[in-house]
Design a protein around this ligand. Structure first.
Ligand code: ZN
Length: 388
């Protein structure tokens, strides 16, 4: 499958101009280097050896969650990981690839007489997607307080459900969708095995879910793998079944791959027909329980990363787990409330759902063709930090 960063479409929406520029870009040293780095970073994520926990004869989920978190914390410490280390992708902000792309693309555009604008999101606002992975049956009852908080602040969010662990009632999903929320499929058993099951078995698992729950098929057009554990085979089948995937972090420390992992970009990319939207804000459980930050420090990490994403015009994606962020954990609950309230008041942000981002990217292509015919430039400028 052909991989393409959507940065190119966002900055040069006209398809003919973009293709011309991409062809020239690929033949320049700087451009070719960027394209190579994009592909290599993407291919590396999910191509590592199958993690030990997913090969155990018993499902890793029988280990109590607190013990699992303690184990992750111990592994993180043993690897002598610390925030700010130099491994690639750097954490929490990795900007070298996005900066190199912006710089090389701008130079190529200037040489080719093409205007590359700042990323043209609707209304000139960078998307912020709030997602919630519902990892257990107990989490189903934690949706109501999360939604009450989000409703109070005035934002929609998206929920991922695990067929074998946390499958929701149809009415509950329809109520979420009615208030502007979205739902996606979150793995099958959340046991770390799906990526290694082989394409036919993965497709059969998706097929079984949507045959049993046909009502969910039109509502679930996206996917996220459990533990962000993916593989080339899983991605290939996900592309057949879904419009978008949320399974790859831009940068993460101490995750299932044990080390520094991620695609190193805060821009979505096309993998064949699949829109891959990287998870770009650090996850609650890692910040608070694996890296051992306070809730205040976790909030500061979210703010800092969000600022970076907005400054380059990427997509901010937050994954808040109801098991880690709920009223019974007041410190993280308050941090989440503050983050949401600040984001809601931030005129630079478009708080939306993954499908809306996918639709905007498609519409951008369509509109650009029309605009180009009419000779109109509807580009909306965004605050943009190029290289440096
Ligand atoms: Zn999960």
């Amino acid at each position: 499958m052909e991989l393409e960063s959507l940065y190119y479409r966002l900055t040069v929406p006209d398809a003919a101009a973009r293709e011309r520029l991409l062809a020239a870009f690929a033949h320049e040293a700087d451009g070719a280097a960027v394209l190579h780095r994009e592909t290599a970073a993407f291919a590396a994520y999910g191509s590592a050896a199958q993690p030990l926990f997913s090969r155990l004869p018993i499902p890793y989920r029988v280990v109590p969650q607190s013990a699992r978190t303690a184990l992750l914390r111990a592994l993180y410490r043993r690897a002598e990981r610390r925030i700010g280390d130099a491994a690639w992708p750097r954490w929490p902000v990795e900007r070298s690839l996005d900066d190199a792309r912006a710089s090389a693309w701008a130079h190529a555009a200037a040489r080719g007489g093409i205007v590359a604008r700042t990323p043209a999101w609707p209304g000139g606002r960078a998307p912020l997607l709030i997602t919630h992975d519902i990892d257990s049956a107990a989490d189903l009852s934690r949706i109501a307080p999360i939604r009450a908080l989000e409703r109070e602040i005035g934002v929609a969010s998206s929920f991922g459900f695990v067929p074998r662990l946390s499958w929701p009632a149809r009415a509950a999903v329809e109520a979420l969708v009615d208030e502007g929320c979205e739902v996606y499929l979150h793995d099958i058993g959340h046991d770390g095995r799906l990526p290694y099951a082989g394409p036919a078995a993965i497709a059969a698992a998706f097929d079984a879910v949507f045959r049993e729950h046909a009502w969910a098929r039109p509502l679930m057009c996206g996917f996220r793998a459990g533990q962000l554990l993916t593989s080339p085979a899983l991605r290939r089948v996900v592309a057949d079944w879904f419009d978008y995937d949320l399974s790859i972090p831009d940068t993460e420390r101490g995750g299932p791959y044990g080390d520094a992992a991620g695609c190193g970009t805060v821009f979505p990319f096309l993998d064949g027909s699949l829109v891959e939207i990287p998870l770009t804000l650090p996850q609650d459980v890692y910040l608070r329980h694996v890296y051992g930050l306070t809730a205040g420090q976790a909030l500061e990490m979210w703010r800092r990363k969000l600022d970076h994403i907005v400054s380059v015009g990427g997509v901010a994606v937050l994954n808040v787990h109801p098991v880690w962020v709920n009223p019974a954990r007041p410190d993280m609950w308050q941090a989440y409330r503050t983050f949401l309230a600040e984001a809601r008041a931030d005129a630079r942000l478009w708080i939306t759902t993954p499908s809306s981002v996918v639709a905007a990217l498609h519409a951008l292509g369509d509109a650009a063709r029309t605009d180009a015919d009419a000779g109109v430039d509807t580009g909306v400028d965004m605050p943009h930090a190029a290289a440096g």
